[in-house]
Design a protein around this ligand. Structure first.
Ligand SMILES: *[C@@H]1O[C@H](CO)[C@@H](O)[C@H](O)[C@H]1NC(C)=O
Ligand SMILES: *[C@@H]1O[C@H](CO)[C@@H](O)[C@H](O)[C@H]1NC(C)=O
Ligand SMILES: *[C@@H]1O[C@H](CO)[C@@H](O)[C@H](O)[C@H]1NC(C)=O
Ligand SMILES: *[C@@H]1O[C@H](CO)[C@@H](O)[C@H](O)[C@H]1NC(C)=O
Length: 487
C-alpha cells in the first residue's frame, strides 16, 4: 500500500503531467511545443498524452529564436501604405508590431524589473512600458480600507492608497514612477501600482496576510460588459496577456483565478466566454473587502483602452490585414467553448442575416431582403436574432457556421471574430463610427462590404458571395466534400 502510494506520488511529481492544462486547438500545438519541447518529448512516450508531438520550427512570433518565415502568421499587405513607411517589408512589420504577435514581442522586450527579488521567497514586480502589463510574485494587497467606502467601485483610480500594495524586494522606486505617466482607469496599471511600497518583511512568511492565494491570478480592469465590442476587447487582451506571460508550460491553464477590479457584481450576457480562461467563479473587490491578501502569482493584463493598444480606437497601418493574433484568439475561444463546425450538406453559401429587434436601426425592408436572397439558389439563408433568449454559445455557433454575415452597424457585428477565414461581412448602413467594424474585419482578415447605395444592395451582396466562392480555403473545403461538380 505504502509502495503503491509512493509510486503514485512519484508519478504525480515527475512523470504524469496533467495534459488537460494544455487544452489548445490542434493547429496551435506545434507552436505550443516549440516553446516547451520537453513536454512534447514526454508526450511522445506517454500513452496518457492526447497529443502527438511533431518536432517543428513553427513559432508564434514573439520568441527570441523565431524567424519571420517560421512565425504563426505573416501579415498580408496588398494595399498601399499611403506614405507611412518606405518598403513593403516595413509595412508588414509595422502591422505585425501594431496588431499581431509582434505586439506581444514588443511587450516582452519592454519588461523591466521594478522590484527585484534577492532570494527565492522574496516578492517581485515586473512591468512593460507605461505599466501596460505587469506581473508579480508574493505581492500583498491590503483591502482593509475598502470597508469604509460607500460608493460602488468601477473605473476608479483610488481603489488603493499609499502602502496598500507592496512586496519584499529591492525596490527601484524611480524607475517605477517613471512608468506611471498614463494615469487613466483603463490605460495602465499606474493608478494602482504608483502606490507600491517596499515592505520590511516577507508578507506571506511573516503572516501578514489574512488570505494567501496560491493559484495564479489575473486582476482585470474591464470595459463595458453589456457591449460585445467592448467586452471582447477585454477577452482579446486577456488572451494576448497569456502569451506575454507564457514562460511556463501551464500558461494556458484554466486553473487560475480572475479578480475583477470592481465592487459591482459581474453581469454579462457574454459571461460564458470566461470559461475559456478560468474554471472558477469570478472574484471581485467585494470578495476581499476588509482583508489583506497575498498573491503568490499575479498578472495585471493588457488593458482595453491603452494608447496604441488593441483593438479600440487604434490607428493601424493602411493596406494590411489578417492578424495572426486575432485568428489565434478566435480559434482559441472556439476550441475552449466547444463550438462545433458543421459538416456542409451542399455547396451553398451560408448567408446569415443578423436581425435586430430594437426600436432603432432595424433593417426596414428586412423581409424583402431575405426573400430576394432566397431567390438565388446558390445561397442558404437564415435570419437570426441574438438576444438574451439565445444562449451565447449558440450565437457563436450560428456565426461560426456562416460564410456571409450581414448585419446593421452595432456591437453584434463583433461576432465577425468567429467567422471562418473565408467569410465576408456585410455591414448595412454604417451610420456612425465608420471604421470600427471595417478595422475589426481587417484584423480578422475577412472581406468587408458595406452598403453605399440602396439600389446597389444586391450587387454588394454578390461581392461578398464571390469573395467566399473564390477563397482558396473555401474551395478546398468544398473539394474535400466533392461538391465542386454540383456548382
Ligand atoms: C492594512 O491596512 C489597515 C488600515 O486600513 C492597517 O490597519 C493594517 O495594519 C494593514 N495591514 C497590513 C498587513 O499592513
Ligand atoms: C506568469 O508567468 C509565471 C512565470 O514567469 C508563472 O509562474 C505564472 O504562473 C504565470 N501567471 C499566470 C497567471 O499564468
Ligand atoms: C446568385 O449568386 C451567385 C453568387 O454570388 C451569383 O454569381 C449569381 O449571379 C446569382 N444569381 C442570380 C440569379 O442572381
Ligand atoms: C478534409 O476531410 C478530412 C477528412 O474528412 C478532414 O480531416 C480535413 O480536415 C478536411 N479538410 C478541409 C480543408 O476541410
Amino acid at each position: 500500500m505504502l509502495f503503491r502510494s509512493l509510486i503514485l506520488y512519484f508519478c504525480v511529481q515527475v512523470l504524469c503531467l496533467d495534459y488537460s492544462k494544455i487544452n489548445l486547438p490542434n493547429d496551435h500545438l506545434p507552436y505550443y511545443f516549440y516553446n516547451y519541447p520537453k513536454i512534447g518529448q514526454q508526450c511522445e512516450t506517454d500513452s496518457d498524452c492526447p497529443y502527438t508531438y511533431v518536432h517543428s520550427d513553427k513559432c508564434w512570433g514573439y520568441e527570441y529564436s523565431c524567424t519571420w518565415e517560421n512565425q504563426y502568421s505573416i501579415p498580408s499587405c496588398p494595399g498601399d501604405h499611403r506614405g507611412w513607411v518606405k518598403t513593403k517589408f516595413d509595412q508588414q512589420n509595422t502591422f505585425y508590431t501594431q496588431a499581431d504577435f509582434g505586439y506581444i514581442k514588443q511587450q516582452l522586450r519592454e519588461l523591466k524589473v521594478l522590484c527585484e527579488p534577492l532570494f527565492p521567497q522574496d516578492s517581485s514586480l515586473e512591468c512593460s512600458e507605461h505599466m501596460r502589463f505587469c506581473r508579480g510574485r508574493n505581492i500583498m494587497i491590503n483591502f482593509t480600507s475598502l470597508l469604509t467606502r460607500d460608493e460602488p467601485l468601477r473605473y476608479k483610480m483610488d481603489v488603493l492608497k499609499e502602502g496598500e500594495i507592496g512586496g519584499f524586494c529591492e525596490f527601484h522606486q524611480e524607475q517605477l514612477h517613471a512608468e506611471t505617466d498614463q494615469i487613466s482607469p483603463l490605460q495602465s496599471w499606474g493608478p494602482e501600482l504608483r502606490y507600491f511600497t517596499k515592505l520590511n518583511k516577507r508578507p506571506i512568511q511573516e503572516g501578514d496576510c489574512d488570505i494567501t492565494i496560491e493559484k495564479p491570478t489575473y486582476i482585470m480592469k474591464i470595459d463595458a460588459t453589456v457591449n460585445m465590442y467592448h467586452h471582447f476587447c477585454d477577452f482579446l487582451n486577456l488572451y494576448a496577456s497569456i502569451h506575454v506571460n507564457s514562460t511556463h508550460w501551464e500558461a494556458f491553464s484554466t486553473d487560475v483565478h480572475v479578480l475583477i477590479w470592481e465592487s459591482y457584481m459581474y453581469y454579462s450576457t457574454f459571461e460564458g466566454a470566461w470559461k475559456a480562461f478560468t474554471e472558477y467563479p469570478l472574484w471581485d473587490l467585494k470578495t476581499f473587502m476588509g482583508k489583506t491578501v497575498c498573491f503568490k502569482n499575479v498578472v495585471f493584463p493588457l488593458l482595453p483602452r491603452m494608447i496604441f493598444g488593441l483593438y479600440y480606437n487604434t490607428p493601424i497601418i493602411y493596406g494590411c490585414e489578417r492578424s495572426g493574433l486575432f485568428k489565434a484568439f478566435s480559434e482559441h475561444m472556439l476550441h475552449r467553448l466547444h463550438i462545433p463546425f458543421h459538416k456542409r450538406k451542399d455547396s451553398k453559401i451560408r448567408v446569415t442575416l443578423l436581425s435586430r429587434v430594437t426600436k432603432y436601426r432595424n433593417i426596414l425592408n428586412e423581409d424583402a431582403l431575405i426573400d430576394a436572397l432566397r431567390e438565388n439558389n446558390s445561397y442558404s439563408v437564415q435570419k437570426v436574432v441574438y438576444n438574451k433568449h439565445i444562449d451565447f454559445k449558440t450565437q457563436i455557433e450560428l456565426t461560426h457556421n456562416s460564410d456571409v454575415f450581414i448585419g446593421m452597424h452595432g456591437a453584434g457585428l463583433t461576432h465577425l471574430l468567429f467567422l471562418p477565414d473565408w467569410a465576408a461581412v456585410f455591414e448595412l448602413y454604417n451610420c456612425e463610427d465608420e471604421n470600427c467594424y471595417l478595422d475589426l474585419a481587417r484584423l480578422r482578415g475577412l472581406k468587408y462590404v458595406t452598403w453605399e447605395d440602396k439600389t446597389k444592395l444586391m450587387q454588394e451582396d454578390e461581392v461578398a458571395a464571390d469573395h467566399v466562392e473564390n477563397h482558396a480555403q473555401f474551395k478546398k473545403l468544398l473539394d474535400n466534400y466533392s461538391y465542386h461538380d454540383e456548382l
